[in-house]
Ligand binder design. Structure first.
Ligand code: 3H9
Length: 711
């Protein structure tokens, strides 16, 4: 079946792209051939004077090249050829003797934007779903169908670097401002506007090129000025990626070649770089993450068809502190539901409502929300000092103090106040849900929803059913979490669930290193060098030492001496240090900003800071503590499959994406090597490094977490 439908309006041929049986349009090899053949025919078709290309899909224009095909690539040469073929296809559009206008509504990404760039005129709808971008570097690649060459020529060097190096997308309004599109109109008149432009172009009209300003033009034509920009861009990339991601650096090289030596050399460099990048482990891992995340968008955590979700229109939140307000604000922002917040007194509720509104206000300031939408969404928030107005909600999320007895009491009060079919969720980071649900009248509707802080920014949500939770409640919570914009993993009801379980021995180990006198900055830098966004000590300061202490106790109690915390946190607490929140932690803070490590911890501990430190040893201890725990938790079924464990670690604690997560890392290290390493660590540091039995078994049988040849 063809992906393209053709219609004529006078001398304008309207091509609608709509791949049958696919949710989005992708440019696969087969689609590329078909498109090329169709273009050839239209060029020869005398009555056709101009062409309009649009999408037949509801909300996407073109999602890019078909990423599935990248997974099949087996050699650099094959990948270079794929890029060359893409470039040749785009060149045919660029060389068309008949003007081609694209009418863009919805996502126009990667190869989709490269196609639009090769056309003569671009009209976009002003709908929020219309996003134009080149996300290739996020897949460890670069725009390989001419985009690395065409974008800087169209919008100027600096604006192009901004998009390509970060792999980011722009909305229509911004796209118009930077000259990426020629016109922005409401969706209702998109096609008519595109046809009118096509007719004008066919009559010989030349579209005015949006100006880049004198400075931009001077810069792009001045090799010295360009050198300065490239140097600065390279430094920024290295600072952001720590040198772990080759794609943005290769993209810089390609763009430089293109501007210094012309488009022909630029295209050759682009294809070569694309081919080499496509074969890197980094790109493989990032592509796997893309597929894992899309798969999770459809996974409700129960066997398919076994649960009926409640459509959530109203959310009740108990507790208007930092977490409660974060949940409320994010729910209004992304899920567009009414939210009713409750706390013990109205003053607290007022504070919570303000904090939730501030989340919306921050979006408005960053122009992600119109003033109208800000006002409308703010009006969805309301508060109460009792349970009034709760009965109409489909789901309630309790986000009170992390203390079992308090949470139990709140659950009991909630159960007494609301109808029996409301889903009741508790937001906790470590306390097992069955301990909270114990004694409930309707335990089938109780589950955990572990949000990460700050809620509006962190992408992960752990949903934790107990053995009694109904499928309906699970599906409702998972789908609602997704509507809030979260990637949701359904995890087992064990202390710490998944994320805090694997984090616990890692943070403990950081404490033991401090006890041995390893300087704070050495520990943190060891892990940022390994690829984490922040080191473990800085993370403790962010999370708060009070929270860390509580979580540490729960884990110690549940898992015994193996997860006994170091004494560091108790010592810090004894000195009234809570971390960033009271400006007293492992680091110094000035006006809320971290200034430098506070070495006085070593006086408190009574140890002398070590001089020479073997950084590789520090990394080894920290990372193997986490990997071993991941294996152990996996074998206990804390997550349902390695995919969820890896995504949880990447989105929950910033495990380096280019490594693919702890389970992919274990596969990369190999079970036998991991066991050998852990045995050495156990001999040196004690039984907290005792090898997870599942790893011993895997070492014996040559087992892995993922199949050896792909996903
Ligand atoms: C590229 O273009 C390289 C070129 O420079 C040069 C080459 C030579 N390929 O996310 P959803 C699937 S690199 C394959 O749930 P949404 C997705 O897996 C590409 N499959 O929908 C899912 O499959 P399934 C650069 C793709 O509405 C289904 O479509 N482009 C692709 O939430 C629905 O997806 C990108 O990186 C693809 N390109 O979001 C954009 N795109 O149903 C990647 C989607 O089997 N895509 N699928 O689970 C996206 O960001 C989002 O999918 C999009 C829609 C925003 C488009």
């Amino acid at each position: 079946m063809s992906a393209f439908a053709l219609e004529r309006r006078g001398g304008v041929a309207i091509v609608s792209f709509d791949t049958p049986n696919e949710p989005v349009n992708k440019i696969s090899k087969a689609v590329g051939w078909e498109l090329e053949e169709l273009l050839g025919r239209l060029i020869l078709d005398e009555p056709v004077k101009a062409i309009v290309l649009r999408s037949g899909k509801r909300d996407t224009f073109i999602a890019g090249a078909d990423i599935e095909e990248f997974v099949q690539l087996r050699s650099v040469e094959e990948a270079v050829r794929l890029s060359r073929d893409g470039q040749l296809l785009m060149q045919k559009f660029a060389d068309s003797p008949k003007p081609i206008v694209v009418a863009i509504h919805g996502a126009c990404l990667g190869g989709g934007l490269e196609l639009a760039l090769a056309c003569q005129y671009r009209v976009a709808s002003d709908h929020p779903k219309t996003q134009l971008g080149l996300p290739e570097t996020q897949l460890g690649l670069l725009p390989g169908a001419g985009g690395s060459n065409r974008l800087p020529r169209l919008i100027g060097l600096r604006a192009a670097l901004d998009i390509i190096l970060a792999g980011k997308s722009e909305r229509a309004k911004k796209a118009l401002k930077i000259g990426l599109v020629d016109e922005v109109v409401p969706e209702a008149i998109l096609l008519e506007t595109a046809i009118a432009a096509a007719e004008r172009l066919a009559r010989g009209w030349r579209a005015p090129r949006p100006g880049r300003g004198v400075a931009g033009v001077l810069l792009d034509h001045n090799p010295i000025g360009r050198t300065v920009v490239f140097r600065k861009a390279e430094a920024t990339v290295l600072q952001k990626t720590g040198g772990h991601y080759p794609a943005p650096l290769r993209a810089l090289e390609v763009i430089r070649t293109s501007l210094d030596r012309g488009m022909k050399r630029g295209l050759e460099a682009e294809a070569q770089a694309f081919g080499e990048l496509a074969m890197t482990d980094v790109s493989r891992r990032l592509v796997e993450i893309f597929f894992a995340t899309t798969a999770l968008k459809k996974d409700d955590g129960v066997p398919s068809g076994s649960g009926r979700p409640r459509v959530v229109r109203r959310l009740a939140v108990i507790g208007s502190g930092f977490m409660g307000a974060g949940i409320a604000g994010t729910a209004v922002l992304n899920a567009d539901v009414e939210v009713r917040m409750k706390d013990a007194d109205l003053a607290r509720v007022g504070k919570g409502l303000k904090a939730a509104t501030d989340i919306l206000r921050a979006r408005m300031r960053r122009r992600r929300l119109t003033t109208y939408e800000f006002t409308r969404k703010s009006a969805l928030l309301s508060g109460t000092g009792d349970f009034s107005g709760f009965a109409g909600a489909e789901i309630a999320i309790e986000a009170v103090f992390e203390e079992l007895s308090v949470k139990r009491q709140v659950m009991a009060e909630l159960e007494a106040a609301v109808p029996t079919d409301m889903v009741l969720a508790t937001n906790t980071s470590t306390i097992p849900i069955h301990d909270i649900a114990v004694g409930a009248r309707h335990p089938e509707r109780i589950l955990g929803m572990h949000f990460f802080s700050p809620v509006e920014k962190m992408p992960l949500l752990e949903v934790i059913p107990t053995s009694m939770t109904s499928a309906d409640a699970i599906v409702t919570a998972v789908q609602f979490g997704r509507a809030m914009g979260k990637t949701v993993i359904v995890v087992g009801d064990a202390p710490g669930f998944w994320v805090n379980r694997i984090l616990s021995p890692y943070l403990n180990e950081a404490g033991f290193l401090l006890e041995e006198g390893v300087p704070i900055e050495v520990i943190d830098k060891a892990m940022t060098d390994w690829g984490f966004p922040v080191g473990p000590i800085a993370l403790l300061d962010e999370v708060g030492l009070d929270v860390g202490e509580k979580a540490g106790k729960v884990m110690h109690q549940a898992f015994g001496d193996r997860l006994a915390p170091s004494k560091v946190i108790a010592v810090m607490r004894g000195d009234d240090r809570l971390g960033r929140k009271n400006g007293r932690g492992f680091y110094f803070y000035k006006d809320g900003h971290k200034t430098g490590p506070d070495g006085s911890i070593f006086q408190l501990l009574g140890v002398r800071p070590a001089g020479e430190v073997d950084v590789a040893r520090v990394q080894e201890r920290l990372i193997y503590a986490m990997l071993n725990e991941s294996a152990m938790a996996m074998s206990e079924g804390v997550v349902r499959q390695p995919r969820d464990g890896d995504i949880g670690a990447i989105f929950g604690i910033g495990f380096p994406p280019f490594r693919g997560g702890p389970l992919r890392t274990l596969d990369a290290f190999g079970a036998a090597e991991t066991v050998a390493k852990l045995e050495r660590l156990e001999a040196a540091h004690g039984h907290r490094f005792r090898v997870a039995p599942v790893l011993e078994e895997m070492a014996r049988t040559g087992g892995r977490w993922y199949p050896a040849d792909g996903r």
